[in-house]
Design a protein around this ligand. Structure first.
Ligand code: SF4
Length: 124
């Protein structure tokens, strides 16, 4: 079984089971920079002050910026979705924004596709 790229510290508020079927699909974990160092940057310890959180998250993002599997990691975190920690250079709050944008975009695409499909059906 593959390990998650960055292991949450014991004190972090994260689900205990983080390895999923999707994690086992690809080899991207083996190339994760956060497997080698600075794993404690990626998850909040309990009762972390805001300034410390912002500083830690920025440090985690700097690690992600030099990671060769950033895109795969980010998509994993968006598709799961991962509710905690920095994944693929995005915090949990930033991932929620991306997911909300995707939902809006998908809804718009469905709205624009429906008239075209009914037009084709009527002509056929
Ligand atoms: S993008 Fe960041 S969180 Fe994801 S594997 Fe790389 S270093 Fe870890």
């Amino acid at each position: 079984m593959l390990q998650t790229p960055h292991q949450p510290p014991q004190a972090a508020v994260v689900p205990s089971q983080r390895v999923t079927a999707r994690d086992q699909d690809g080899p991207w974990h083996s190339e994760a920079v956060c497997r080698r160092d600075e794993a404690g940057l990626f998850f909040a310890p309990s009762k972390e002050p805001t300034a410390a959180r912002l500083s830690r998250e920025e440090a985690a993002k700097r690690v992600c910026a030099r990671c060769p599997v950033l895109v795969a990691c980010r998509e994993h975190a968006l598709l799961q979705p991962e509710p905690y920690g920095v994944w693929g250079g995005l915090t949990a709050a930033e991932r929620r924004v991306v997911l909300a944008r995707r939902r809006r975009r998908d809804a718009e695409l469905q709205k624009t596709a429906r008239p075209a499909i009914s037009h084709i059906a009527a002509a056929g």
